[in-house]
Design a protein around this ligand. Sequence first.
Ligand SMILES: *Cc1c(COP(=O)(O)O)cnc(C)c1O
Length: 397
Amino acid sequence: MKLSSRISGIKPSPTLAITMKANALRAEGRDVIGFGAGEPDFDTPLHIKMAAIKAIEGGFTKYTPVGGTDELKDAIIRKLQKDNRLNYSRSEIVVSCGAKHTLYNLAQVLFEEGDEVIIPSPYWVSYPDIVVLAGAQPVVVETKETDGFKLQPEQLEGAINKRTKAVILNSPSNPTGAAYSRTELEILAEVIGRKGIFVISDDIYEKIIYDDFPFCNIASISEEMKKMTVVVNGVSKAYAMTGWRIGYAAGPSEVISAVTMIQSQSTSNPSSISQKAAVEALVGDQDVVTEMVEEFRKRRNCIVEKLGAIPGITCMNPAGAFYVFPNVSLLFGRSWRGKTISNSSDLTEYLLEEANVAVVPGGEFGCDHHIRLSYATSMKNIEEGLQRIRDAVVKLD
Ligand SMILES: *Cc1c(COP(=O)(O)O)cnc(C)c1O
């Protein structure tokens, strides 16, 4: 059967592919430690699950308004006021089936053929493909490790032309864990305001941030920036709710009503039950988040220290999210059994074959000198896995 040309320009999510490959090896009996996971390893907190059970028992099991219930929109509005000092009304909020779905729908309503969208690299794997699916052109701007993997104002300005429609910012970042300070965002906002482009601010890791780093998003810089920004967030990462599929956008009402229209002709509302659970996540006990973040912080410290002690590997200390993105380029050119390791995929393959450890090659995020390890796994796995990586790296010729 001949498929549409739309589908030929995109590829399946590589992080899901790595997880599947590791699972397949495990099924063959190999003891593989996985650092590929893009989701918290914690269970969804009990009070959130109970809210869903109550929704089912109470018969809250029918269609809801396409863009989400008023109850959930109000919970999101209060969250944005409290955490981000941003004021929105219900017509400026839409709830979707996960933040990825929010981003997809936003691209569909904002971008078209002839538009360019700036994506700083290393980037989350889905951004370029979501832009391509909307018919637009992703313009990847490489950030430097020496700049902490953060987009510099002159880089941004240099990438903007008449066709530029928007820039996608993600702080804290997947895969680097880098987070922008308020001052850094103010400087970027000056360029964005002057050039008149849109910002999609993917704040999904807002709550997973360490050492009291003050989270900031660019919409809160000024009233002008708020008008040019769509804030994207969700409950997947902060509340260990990846399977529930609830994400949302806050932004100008004409954008939000367009997203709602797309949903009305595609998915309709996100699950009614998940919406009830998301309300409980947002308004209920927040200590569960603090506890998960504290555990992530311990693991981050452990993994950064152990990676840094491996000869040939250097690792930046991430400000947030649950990934480390070590530089492994000093290992390129080394070999094992006559096979030379010349890029991040070769190293990933070597680690899987020789060390039974699954990581994600940095090339997938547009940054081939690095690999990504998720520390959304137990401390025991981190200790054992890092020992295996060390042993494998040391024996390279
Ligand atoms: C996980 C993730 C998302 C999507 O999360 P959903 O589960 O779809 O809500 C969006 N952006 C980034 C950077 C992510 O890592």
